[in-house]
Design a protein around this ligand. Structure first.
Ligand SMILES: [Zn+2]
Length: 217
């Protein structure tokens, strides 16, 4: 098991947080918690918080930080988080980080480590725009990392491959801009608290994963 247990994953879109944390899940029992999952659970349960959140979601508005933090806090109080957790995609802003701190204090806990997945912007854009999806079966390929055997054709079902609108260049640039403005201030925030550990996410995934395991031990 790892020494570091209460974890936050931080990094720009395209840094491979999702891939690396999926690899981590195979050898650690720490629950992996993303805000999307929390939203779905609370809304399905029909809890008070879930209902509040749903109102914003239905109007196409951002759910306020206070509600997200409270939902995250109540998720972290569940049994499976008693020995630790991996938070992915939250906090996204300094304000959310401050609220998270308060939520953790309620149960006498604090973060052990914030892992910052760092990669150059050019590489991030390359990764974000290289995805191809099969029209028939939905499987993903990648023009750079996982090319189909035959160009434009799905290996699995022979379906046609296409680029989803959210994988376009404009969307990638925009997602990185939002990250830069809203989320990147968290790097200095957690550095000040001596919680930040940086991983080179520009490497092939096996190498980044080895680096990740090193900081957790
Ligand atoms: Zn297919």
């Amino acid at each position: 098991m790892f020494k570091m247990k209460n974890l936050v994953l931080l990094g720009p879109p395209g840094a491979g947080k999702g891939t690396l944390s999926a690899m981590l899940r195979e050898e650690s029992s720490l629950p992996h918690i993303s805000t999307g999952d929390i939203f779905r659970v609370e809304i399905n349960k029909g809890s008070e918080l879930g209902k509040k959140a749903e109102e914003y979601v239905n109007k196409g508005q951002l759910v306020p930080d206070e509600i997200v933090a409270e939902m995250t806090g109540s998720r972290l109080e569940e049994k499976d988080c008693a020995d630790g957790f991996i938070l992915d995609g939250f906090p996204r802003t300094v304000r959310q980080a401050e609220l998270l701190e308060k939520e953790l204090i309620k149960t006498n806990r604090k973060l052990d480590l914030v892992i910052y997945f760092k990669a150059e912007k050019d590489l991030l854009i390359k990764r974000l725009t290289a995805r191809l999806t099969c029209k028939s079966c939905g499987i993903n390929f990648n023009k750079i990392f996982a090319r189909p055997r035959k160009e434009g054709i799905c290996d699995e079902c022979g379906g046609e491959l296409f680029q989803r609108p959210d994988d376009s260049y404009e969307t990638a640039v925009n997602r990185l801009k939002v990250y830069e403005e809203q989320t990147s201030p968290l790097i200095a925030f957690y550095e000040d608290k001596k919680l930040l550990s940086e991983i080179n996410a520009g490497l092939p995934k096996e190498e980044s994963y080895t680096a990740l395991l090193k900081v957790l031990k």
